[in-house]
Design a binder for this molecule. Structure first.
Ligand code: URA
Length: 188
């Protein structure tokens, strides 16, 4: 198991600062997987990704797509909280990335949604702005990947929610084309 291999991780300088390592949550054989950036204070306290304000918005987005949190899988590039929620640093990403990749290889979802620039940069090695990448399907290890805005950014600029919803509808449509439909499909 990837979680066992990660263990009580001390591979980077974030380890001594964490309360909890935030591995990931959801269905280990999910068709749909979301990747964020890194835990914040709420996630660090709880040991679960996306449970703070941005997490509540992500949960609403998932539910609007017709899924419950427990139907999908949610994880981050970094498993430990950067102090003061600063951006992940390259050595931290380098230490943590192998575990994200192993998580993705174990789950092998039908679709990945990359939330924000760090998830996209890590998985696609593309540092174009997220505003340019979003909305267009890419491929990660043969799995379709949709880049979209991070929910924390949507909280700062709610006018972009429309674009994110457009991206998520594209995700549902692409999943439907391979026979994957949500348990509670949204009205068309
Ligand atoms: N932001 C993230 O990128 N991940 C979380 O788990 C919470 C907030």
């Amino acid at each position: 198991m990837v979680r066992d291999e990660l263990g009580d991780c001390r591979r980077c300088k974030l380890a001594p600062l964490r309360t909890n390592l935030v591995f990931g949550v959801g269905n280990p054989s999910a068709d749909l997987l979301f990747v964020g950036e890194a835990p914040g204070a709420d996630e660090d306290a709880k040991g679960e990704p996306f449970v703070g304000k941005a997490g509540q918005l992500l949960t609403k987005m998932i539910e609007a797509m017709g899924y419950r949190r427990e139907d999908v899988y949610i994880c981050n590039v970094l498993k430990c909280r950067p102090p003061g929620n600063r951006n992940p640093e390259p050595d931290e990403v380098a230490a943590c990335e192998p575990f994200l990749k192993k998580q993705l290889a174990a789950i092998r979802p039908r679709m990945i949604v990359a939330l924000g620039k760090f998830a996209v940069q890590c998985l696609l090695r593309d540092d174009a702005p997220i505003s340019r990448l979003r909305g267009n399907f890419r491929t990660y290890e043969g799995i379709p990947l949709m880049p979209t805005f991070h929910p924390a950014y949507l909280l700062r600029d709610p006018s972009k929610k429309k674009l994110a919803w457009h991206d998520l509808k594209e995700v549902n449509a692409a999943l439907a084309r391979v026979g994957v439909t949500p348990p509670n499909p949204p009205a068309p």
